[in-house]
Design a protein around this ligand. Structure first.
Ligand SMILES: Nc1ncnc2c1ncn2[C@@H]1O[C@H](COP(=O)(O)OP(=O)(O)OP(=O)(O)O)[C@@H](O)[C@H]1O
Length: 854
């Protein structure tokens, strides 16, 4: 089958096959054998020729016949092959450097029976309901329903929204808290936002109320990005019409309505004085992160939460993982204390008492979590009052519970009811297609490129369900260094052998800073990192922009990267393009239609990035096990849409497939789960062939050229970056928990082969040999301490905490955990500390940002 990739001048394979193997005469027989072998090797892998040009063309398939055809408009780019910049003969090669063939000495990998088979996708499990359930029928205000339809194009509720609304909205359940547990992408955000807006909406008709009433609802999210995302949805919801007719002053339609119900985002990054001023003005619905909220509860007297009637804890399991339990306990105490003070002041008549409203009603807490783990149960025990547990399929149960609550005599009300043990498994949406490829270590990098090319090609087919805007792909890597390395590599690699280009940065940046009050910065930080490039372009990935996201990037760059990835870049973001190889810019002259996000686990939870077609786990999660896997793949296949998840695993990790399937299927109760969540194998040759094209084993030649281009880039001044990524990856790998060590053990890795995946030619001894014991120790301690600069920042932070006299509990928890982790790792054995330095390193930095420390 012609796969559509052409070699347009000289087929490299042909060239190699006609090459004559020179014979060596004389000398010892061992020398003759060696010479013969080396000549054979040279003949197998064609010597690149400076004049040779490979014309890569992405393959396409005839939708009718399924046969591969040449696309009408070819996304093409030429790859000029030049001799490797480094000498390749053993006499010229620097000592210790190994240039091994990509396709020899790899462990054998079983070929899957049916590769790339097109299986019909299962019915979506997180889609809007197709029955006669309506938002109106569930009791939602018609104004909100109309707004959902017109602004969000949302017509019907999802299963979890039906369950949540029928549990939260009725008068009969006002005294009950709610625990929401559901699949990724099932619409949990609206499930808790809609009841809050419905509850507060009538206040708009009370002419004596304005935003000085204080904060009536607080939503807590574990990360800044998630808080910002929730805040964006909330803001859009609050732009709804306040009455059916256009004119809100239309007296004939009832009392005058005022639009004072606004939302605010409090996630740090601004001066406290600025935040205090906003709080003093009044923020009726507040979206925040825990540390900052606790800080203001403790230190901002003008922060009025005396009438707060909603508290939402989103992603509760993540809040617990990040060590926020103590912060949340402090927040609850703070809210309770201020409520008592407000009540006392009202009783004494010393405060403005706003009558005509049920201010006495207790505050309701809604807790959302993917899983009901032990720590989440504990949190629920301290925060929830007789919770109704809402699950996607449990609408009948929710209604029955609500009824039971009504009929219960008050004496029987049990406070702090423990949640039931979690019997349902946390599974990905059923329509998600899950695949895995077993890839020998040496082939990892080229296989990743081939896979990305294949996914991009598939999505550009006219028959695909992907959007006409192109594809979005998220690639998860093990650590920040690896993300930086791969992003720089893709942005810098040149297939023409020229010098690695420098980042091209816009010099006419608009340095006026953000006009969004929700993205304020500390003084002095303004415009600081505006020069940091955010977008990379790569000749190997036509019409595609590559972004990165990890916790060591400053907040502006992270937000700009996310905006770029989802295609809503501001003009100044767009200027921040890391120049690709010149050829990518020249040949890829059409505007990019697809985007790729390279990231750490920092992007695994809660982020709702529209139209993500595929999630590729280049590195499997080092913490969080099967749940983390499900969260990551849940960035696609959202709200009933399709999606695919790819896991790239090494030959020593093949047991992971059965292991993760077992975790997802355990205790399966319903028929869908009995059918089993399954990952389907795809052969690495198929991935390479699809990605690089050619006939027979042509893909080997092409993959080798791509690998050589990567290696050239590394040799031209990027060795340190590659080595650092390699070493950090190894350290990250070593932090897999002990119960996964039978699958992920560093001893299973052939480090020489792994080095190849970082485009390193050095043998592993050369890599590690260049790191002196002292520098290795410094690096290790530095890494676990957050590095030299980070250490001093932490000291600054601790100074500040000391000076303020009040340590942030979240910070203290994290520090304690980090110290624990450091000790465990310094002890020699890589004992899991509960927090992974490499993935939570991102979380840690993120939380530093949350607390406003740059
Ligand atoms: N009733 C609905 N109909 C169609 N789309 C919906 C509906 N409700 C929500 N959505 C969309 O579904 C997407 C996912 O929603 P949301 O982010 O709330 O999911 P989630 O359950 O919180 O996911 P995660 O667990 O990954 O955080 C959003 O883009 C949202 O606009």
């Amino acid at each position: 089958m012609d796969d559509g990739i052409l070699l347009n001048i000289v087929e490299a394979g042909e060239q190699s096959s006609t090459r004559k193997i020179p014979s060596k005469k004389g000398g010892r027989w061992t020398d003759r054998v060696k010479a013969k072998k080396s000549a054979k090797r040279r003949a197998r892998i064609p010597e690149p020729n400076a004049s040779q040009t490979i014309d890569f063309e992405l393959p396409a398939e005839d939708p009718a016949s399924g046969a591969t055809v040449r696309p009408t408009k070819r996304a093409r780019f030429d790859v000029e092959v030049v001799p490797s910049v480094e000498p390749t003969t053993s006499t010229q090669r620097p000592k210790g450097q190994i240039i091994s063939s990509l396709f020899s000495h790899n462990p054998s990998v079983p070929t899957p029976e049916r590769s790339y088979s097109k299986r019909p996708a299962a019915a979506p499990s997180n889609a809007p309901l197709a029955d006669d359930t309506t938002f109106l029928g569930l009791g939602l205000d018609p104004l909100i329903v109309t707004h959902l339809r017109t602004k969000f194009t949302i017509e019907n509720p999802t299963s979890i929204q039906r369950a949540a609304l029928s549990a939260i909205l009725p008068e009969s359940t006002l005294s009950r808290d709610v625990f929401i547990q559901s699949q990724t992408g099932s619409g949990k955000t609206l499930a808790f936002l809609l009841p809050i807006i419905q509850d507060l909406l009538p206040l708009s008709s009370l002419s004596y109320i304005d935003r000085s009433i204080g904060t009536l609802a607080i939503i807590i999210a574990p990360t800044r990005e998630l808080a910002k995302q929730i805040s964006d949805v909330l803001e859009s919801l609050l732009t709804m019409r306040l009455r059916a007719s256009e004119n809100i002053d239309d007296e004939a339609n009832g009392p005058r309505l005022t639009r004072w119900l606004v939302s605010g985002l409090l996630i740090g990054g601004a001066t406290r004085a600025h935040e205090k001023a906003r709080l003093r003005k009044g923020v009726p619905i507040l979206v925040t992160t825990p540390g900052r909220l606790l800080d203001h509860l403790q230190n901002t007297s003008s922060f009025d939460v005396g009438k707060c009637r909603w508290l939402v804890l989103d992603e509760a399991d993540r809040l617990m993982e990040l060590g926020f339990e103590e912060s949340i306990t402090g927040i609850i105490k703070g809210l309770d204390g201020r409520r008592k003070l407000a009540a006392a002041a009202a009783a004494e008549g010393t405060s403005m008492d706003v009558g005509g409203w049920d201010w006495e009603r207790r505050r309701r807490t809604v807790l959302c979590s993917a899983t009901i783990r032990e720590d989440v149960q504990k949190l629920a025990g301290t925060t929830l009052h007789r919770p109704i547990v809402v699950k996607a399929t449990d609408v009948a149960q929710a209604a029955a519970e609500a009824q039971a609550a009504l009929n219960q005599p008050r004496s029987q009300i049990v406070v702090d009811t423990p949640l039931p043990v979690d019997t349902t498994k946390f599974t990905p949406p059923s329509q998600l297609s899950q695949k895995y490829v077993v890839v020998p270590l040496k082939l990892r990098l080229v296989s990743l490129i081939a896979l990305l090319r294949t996914i991009l090609t598939e999505s550009s087919k006219p028959t695909t369900s992907a959007t006409p805007e192109g594809s979005r792909i998220i690639v998860f890597l093990s650590c920040t260094d690896s993300v930086d390395f791969h992003w720089s590599l893709l942005g810098g690699v040149s297939m023409n052998g020229g010098a690695a280009p420098q980042a091209s940065l816009s010099s006419d940046e608009d340095s006026s800073g953000s006009d969004d009050e929700n993205e304020p910065r500390e003084p002095g930080a303004k415009g600081e990192k505006d020069d940091e490039p955010i977008e990379a372009r790569c000749a190997l990935l036509p019409r595609t922009s590559v972004y990165r996201l990890h916790g060591s990037l400053d907040q502006q760059t992270r937000m700009a990267s996310l905006r770029g990835f989802i295609g809503t870049s501001k003009s100044k973001d767009k200027a921040r393009t890391k120049s690709p190889s010149k050829e990518a810019a020249d040949k890829d002259d059409d505007a990019p239609t697809s985007s790729i996000l390279l990231c750490t686990s920092v992007a695994s939870r809660g982020l709702d990035l529209p139209l993500v077609r595929a999630v590729v786990q280049y590195d499997l999660p080092t913490e969080g096990g099967a749940n983390e896997y499900v969260h990551r793949v849940g960035r696609t296949a959202r709200a009933g849409k399709g999606g695919e998840a790819w896991a790239i695993i090494t030959p020593s990790e093949t047991d992971w497939v059965g292991w993760v399937e077992g975790k997802m299927n355990k205790d399966a109760k319903d028929s869908a789960r009995k059918a089993g969540v399954k990952l389907h194998a795809v052969g690495v040759q198929d991935v390479l062939r699809q990605g690089f094209g050619g006939r027979g084993t042509d893909y080997e030649v092409r993959a080798t050229e791509v690998q050589l281009a990567f290696e050239r880039w590394v040799l031209k001044g990027n060795n340190a970056l590659a080595r650092q990524a390699f070493q950090s990856h190894m350290r990250a790998y070593a932090t897999h928990p002990s119960d996964e060590k039978h699958i992920f053990h560093i001893r299973h890795l052939h480090t020489g082969h792994l080095a190849k995946a970082f485009a390193l030619r050095e043998a592993p001894t050369a890599v590690s040999g260049q790191v002196t014991k002292k520098s290795a120790k410094e690096k290790k301690v530095g890494k676990f301490n957050g590095g030299g600069k980070k250490s001093s920042q932490r000291a600054d932070r601790e100074d500040k905490i000391g000076a303020g006299g009040k340590a942030d509990t979240g910070d203290r928890m994290r520090d304690a955990i980090r110290v624990q982790g450091r000790l465990a790792k310094q002890g020699g054995a890589m004992v899991r500390s509960g927090v992974d330095d490499f993935q939570i390193a991102s979380g840690y930095d993120l939380e530093r940002l949350v607390h406003g420390q740059k």
